[in-house]
Design a protein around this ligand. Structure first.
Ligand code: AMP
Ligand code: MG
Length: 491
């Protein structure tokens, strides 16, 4: 099937039909110079039944560059507030994002089409409403990389660039990434009506989200409590996945937390290279509030903010009971994921200690997180095997040998077969992740108007578990220059 043209996309703008306080309706602001297509993601186009040939039309860069609307679009900026670094900010909202509309596909799916970097809105505060090219590349590549890894996330359709000047620490050019998600509603979308004491709007929003995204709860008498419970479950699972893959979000403010439990708002995120549980990817996060190992706790903190906002709708006890489920669930999911990464199929009492001890050795040796697990897949449980490629990554060889003996015994205990285990482990331990230096290389080339690296990395990361011929260099730990690239929020 060829798919639809831009003009025949099937719009069904449910959010735009909510009451006026939920948004500000306005069109994107065109760049001061003509927009041009930088990268197009066919996989995302398929989600909205869009014919990929449409990307070649000049109108495509117009629509996703903020200078052209097609019938059915009803652009708006969403209202929300949120807790930023622990402090409540009464009004945030889409300061540079514009929701063009919601597209239905022929399979019953629904996708928001949102431009990020499309000009000022009533929620821009002091911002210029723009996104710079480097940050759109990072969001575009990382959201598709997360999807490739099997982690729930917003998606990205394309990047449209411009020569429009944007002022950050230096002069850069503006770009727009088109983001897609079943919904962009955040925890902060609820908080804003709670703190404004607009409880009838709060109810409208909760009913809307339940009807659209949790329809199986709509007829339940305790639907708000049940809804919150499901948000808790999804968030716990999501954060367990982040921890297992070694990814830090960087700005886990409640306005960046999705009500659907998907990864939302890619800013100064980072994949861990050499394993360091205290990894802080956000240059501006001086106290490490959003350090890698704080994420599970911050997930709970953020859910507590959402629970507070739902107090006018749900029983306090139900909300509290749901919150109490978070930590055990997140820990259990994390352990399950780590057992799978270690190739274990049966759960045993001391698995957590076995895995923790491996992580401890990795930390001590500054071993690369992604590559250590990938290499662990080739571990031989045979008596006397040295497992050199893996062993060589550890400074304290005697400590590694002692751990390897325990691990080999553990594998033999469940009659694990090396070959079978290896292929199973390769399906959960990625070979390729979006290391900062890979993104940085794509960015620097793009800043010289060579966009080929973006497409190369995009395709690579959409299939991160397979060996891809000629791409081994992309699995390498960072070179010295790429080890500690600092990424700030100013993007
Ligand atoms: P973020 O940290 O990217 O999630 O953004 C936090 C808030 O600041 C959101 O309300 C954004 O819309 C807003 N914001 C971030 N950058 C800009 C910008 N350049 N112009 C206007 N608003 C912005
Ligand atoms: Mg945000």
């Amino acid at each position: 099937m060829a798919g639809r043209s831009l003009e025949t996309l099937s719009f069904d703008n449910t959010y735009a039909n909510l009451p006026a306080p939920f948004y500000a309706k306005l069109n994107p602001t065109p760049f001061s110079t003509p927009p041009f297509l930088i990268s197009f993601n066919r996989a995302a186009a398929e989600l909205i039944d869009l014919d990929p040939a449409e990307a070649a039309r000049p109108e495509f860069a117009g629509v996703f560059g903020g200078s052209l609307l097609v019938p059915g679009m009803d652009p708006l900026a969403m209202l929300y507030s949120g807790h930023q670094f622990g402090t409540y900010v009464p009004q945030l909202g889409d300061g540079r994002a514009i929701l063009l509309g919601e597209v239905r596909n022929d399979r019953g799916g629904k996708w928001d089409l949102q431009l990020k970097g499309a000009g000022v809105t009533p929620f821009s505060r002091d911002g210029d409403g723009r996104a710079v090219l480097r940050s759109t590349i990072r969001e575009y590549l990382c959201s598709e990389a997360m999807h490739g890894l099997g982690i729930p996330t917003t998606r990205a359709l394309c990047i449209v660039g411009s020569d429009h000047q944007v002022y950050r620490e230096q002069v850069e050019t503006g770009a727009i990434v088109t983001r897609m998600a079943p919904s962009h509603v955040r925890f902060g979308s609820f908080e804003v009506f709670y703190y404004r004491k607009q409880h009838e709007q709060l109810k409208v929003l909760a009913d809307y989200v339940i009807a659209q995204h949790y329809p199986h709860l709509a007829a339940e008498s305790d639907k708000y409590g049940r809804f919150f419970t499901e948000v808790v479950e999804r968030t716990a699972t999501l954060i367990a996945q982040w921890q297992a893959v070694g990814w830090a979000h960087g700005v886990m403010n409640t306005d960046n937390m999705s009500i659907l439990g998907i990864t939302l708002d890619y800013g100064p995120f980072g994949f861990i290279d050499d394993y360091d549980p205290g990894f802080i990817c956000n240059h501006s996060d001086h106290n490490g509030r959003y350090a890698f190992n704080q994420q599970p706790y911050i997930g709970l903190w953020n859910l507590s903010c959402l629970a507070q906002a739902l107090l006018p709708l749900a029983e306090k006890d139900a909300l509290k009971a749901a919150l109490d489920r978070y930590t055990p669930l997140c820990e259990r999911r994390y352990l399950e994921l780590m057992q799978a990464k270690a190739g274990l199929t049966e759960a045993r009492e001391d698995d957590a200690a076995l895995i923790q001890d491996l992580l401890g050795l990795m930390q001590q040796s500054h071993a690369d997180y992604t590559n250590s697990f990938r290499t662990l897949g080739a571990f031989s449980s045979a008596e006397g095997a040295l497992n050199e490629p893996l062993r060589d990554g550890f400074l304290d060889r005697a400590a590694f040998d002692a751990w390897a003996q325990r691990y080999a015994a553990r594998l033999r205990g469940e009659r694990s077969r090396d070959e079978e285990r290896r292929s199973r482990m390769n399906r959960v331990n990625p070979k390729y992740v979006l290391r900062n230096y890979l993104a940085q290389t794509a960015i620097e080339k793009a800043q010289q108007k060579d966009y080929s690296e973006i497409d190369r990395v995009l395709v690579l990361l959409q299939d991160p578990y397979s060996e891809q011929s000629g791409m081994d260099a992309y699995a390498a730990a960072p070179p010295n220059w790429g080890k500690h690239i600092s990424v700030s929020c100013s993007s």
